[in-house]
Design a protein around this ligand. Structure first.
Ligand code: SF4
Length: 214
């Protein structure tokens, strides 16, 4: 099978490439990530993806245009919707991968996004399936997440640059802003409290139903 592997970066490609090769599939890498900013970070991730491909002897293609303005034009309206920005980001990258695969004679495509334990796996899977149908190319689904630690170890062995945030300028702020981190902690605490209260209420209701039954 001729498989196009969308690469979000070098480190996230380590485990999927190993796994696919173990299955007898020789992937071709494709770097298309208009979500990565600022320029130096995008350039570094592109270089690292290419370095990885060279080191493991994998064919590699890349979109070498830095697309900050295009990204912002899509991301800013999407910010108003729940999950909107990330959904747009998955959609853009997976659609482009499906289109590239169909136009360049690949039988199937997949993405290293399915290795990430931080991304919205099921949403990405549905998105990829949608574009597979639209472009008439197979979406090769694999859940690469069980290889999370192994992938990290391989990336260290290969001496690859490992990025500290997801990609866009919003995720960079979320990673480093103390204010946002504090807010997140507060929200998580509130969610936990609500969950514990709900569980306690359900337990009380179940106990009173048992008593009523007697
Ligand atoms: S947080 Fe990550 S997935 Fe979401 S829009 Fe930014 S780069 Fe894309």
């Amino acid at each position: 099978m001729k498989l196009l592997l969308h690469m979000c970066c070098g480190p996230c490609s380590c485990y999927p490439v190993k796994k696919l090769r173990e299955e007898g599939i020789e992937p071709t890498g494709y770097f298309f990530n208009p979500n990565i900013h600022p320029y130096k970070e995008w350039d570094m991730r592109l270089k690292t993806a290419r370095e990885f491909a060279d080191k493991v002897g994998m064919e590699f293609h890349a979109d070498e245009h830095y697309r900050l303005l295009d990204f912002l034009k899509k991301a800013l309206p999407a910010e108003a919707l729940p999950n909107g920005r990330c959904q747009m980001c998955y959609t853009w990258r997976l659609e482009e991968t499906a289109r590239f695969a169909a136009e360049h004679g690949f039988d199937a495509f997949t993405s290293t996004l399915f290795y990430s334990i931080y991304q919205q796996h099921d949403l990405m899977r549905r998105t990829a399936e949608h574009f597979a149908e639209k472009y008439g190319v197979v979406f090769h689904y694999e859940d690469f997440r069980p290889g999370w630690q192994e992938g990290i170890d391989i990336s260290h062995d290969l001496g690859l640059y490992r990025q500290p945030y997801c990609g866009c300028i919003f995720s960079e702020e979320e990673r480093y802003s103390r204010e946002i981190r504090k807010q997140r902690k507060k929200e998580n605490k509130a969610k936990k409290r609500a969950r514990l209260e709900r569980e306690a209420r359900e337990a009380r209701e179940a106990a009173s139903n048992i008593r009523g039954g007697c």
